[in-house]
Design a protein around this ligand. Structure first.
Ligand SMILES: *Cc1c(COP(=O)(O)O)cnc(C)c1O
Length: 306
C-alpha cells in the first residue's frame, strides 16, 4: 500500500506508517498462519465516530487465534483500547480498521514453536469495497472454478491469512473476465460464499443463506439476520445450488468491507429484474442507517469514540 500519513499500532506502540516493518523471515509471510479482522468506524451525527460491533470483532479475532493456536500476547481489553486510540491518534472520523496477529521470525520450520507473536492495528479511510455503483445498482458475479476450502482443510471459522489464497484465486479469475466478485462453491458443489462476503438470496419473500458449515461466521451476516427477523422476514439456513441462485428473485452479499451489496447478475444471468430488489434495499437502508447511528434500536452495536 502506498505510504499514508497515519500511525500504526505495532506491539503496543504507535509508529509512523513507514516504520511499521518486519523481517523478511517472518513466519506468517512464508506459511500464511496469522489471524486478522476487518472492522469499520463510521461518521455519525455531529461528526462523531462510532465503531460498528467492535466487541464482536475483537472476540472473533481471539476465537480465530484459538483455532489457529496462536497466543495473542494482549488481552481483549488491550486490543479494544488500542483500536480506539489508534483511530483517535490519527484523527480519522470514518475508517477501515485492520488488526492482524502474526508469527514473527525465529525458526523457519513449519512448526513455529517459540517464534514471537506480533500484533498490529492499521487504520485508513476506505469507501465502498465493491464500488459506489455496486452498492447502488448491484454487482455482476460469477461462480469461480476454484472450490472453497473443505471444512477439514484450513478451518473456515477463523479469519486466517492463508485462507485468502483461495479467495484471491477466485477473485483474480472472475475480475480478469470482467466480473465484480466471485461466488465460491463448497466441496460438495453448493453455494458457500463470496471471496470475502457471506451470501443471501431471496425466494418467495424468504431469505436463504447457506449454513455456517463451510463459511465464515460473518458479523454483517449476523446483523442482517437480526434486522430481517425484526422486520418479520423468514430466514432459511440451507444449502442451495448455483441454479437456485440463477432463479432467485433477489440476492446480496454481506461483509464489513462489502457492507450490504446487491447482486444483479450471476453467470451472465440477471437476478430478478436485474436491479436491487425490495427486500435487499430495505435491509441495506436499515444497515447503513444503523452503522451511522441513525437507528435507535441498534445503537447497542455502536462504540462511540469519546
Ligand atoms: C470477513 C469475511 C466475511 C465477512 O465477515 P464480516 O464479519 O461480515 O466482515 C465473509 N467471508 C469471509 C471468507 C471473510 O473472511
Amino acid at each position: 500500500m502506498t505510504e499514508m500519513p497515519y500511525k500504526i499500532w505495532f506491539n503496543g506502540k504507535l509508529v509512523d506508517w513507514k516504520d511499521a516493518n518486519v523481517h523478511v523471515l517472518t513466519h506468517t509471510l512464508h506459511y500464511g498462519l496469522g489471524v486478522f479482522e476487518g472492522i469499520r468506524a463510521y461518521e455519525c451525527q455531529e461528526g462523531k465516530t462510532a465503531i460498528f460491533r467492535l466487541s464482536e470483532h475483537v472476540k472473533r479475532m481471539f476465537t480465530s487465534a484459538h483455532i489457529a493456536n496462536i497466543k495473542i500476547p494482549f488481552t481483549k481489553e488491550e486490543i479494544t483500547e488500542a483500536i480506539l486510540n489508534t483511530i483517535k491518534e490519527n484523527n480519522l472520523i470514518s475508517c477501515y480498521i485492520r488488526p492482524l496477529a502474526f508469527i514473527g521470525d525465529g525458526v523457519m520450520g513449519v512448526h513455529p514453536k517459540d517464534n514471537p507473536i506480533n500484533v498490529i492495528i492499521a487504520v485508513w479511510p476506505w469507501g465502498a469495497y465493491l464500488g459506489e455503483d455496486g452498492v447502488n445498482n448491484g454487482i455482476r458475479t460469477k461462480v469461480s472454478s476454484f472450490t472453497r476450502m473443505h471444512v477439514n482443510a484450513s478451518m473456515t471459522k477463523a479469519k486466517i491469512c492463508g485462507n485468502y489464497v483461495n479467495s484471491i484465486y477466485a477473485k483474480m479469475e472472475v475480475t480478469s473476465l470482467g466480473y465484480d466478485e466471485a461466488i465460491l462453491l463448497d466441496a460438495d458443489g453448493y453455494v458457500a460464499e463470496g471471496s470475502g462476503e457471506n451470501i443471501f438470496i431471496v425466494r418467495y419473500g424468504r431469505l436463504i443463506t447457506p449454513p455456517l458449515t463451510s463459511t465464515l461466521e460473518g458479523i454483517t451476516r449476523n446483523t442482517v439476520i437480526e434486522i430481517a427477523e425484526d422486520l418479520g422476514i423468514k430466514i432459511s439456513y440451507q444449502r442451495f445450488t448455483r441454479d437456485e441462485f440463477y432463479i432467485a428473485d433477489e440476492a446480496f452479499l454481506t461483509g464489513t468491507a462489502a457492507e450490504v451489496t446487491p447482486v444483479r447478475e450471476i453467470d451472465d444471468r440477471a437476478i430478478g429484474t436485474g436491479k436491487p430488489g425490495k427486500i435487499t434495499k430495505t435491509i441495506q437502508k436499515i444497515y447503513f442507517d444503523t452503522v451511522q447511528g441513525k437507528n435507535k434500536k441498534y445503537k447497542k452495536w455502536l462504540t462511540y469514540l469519546t
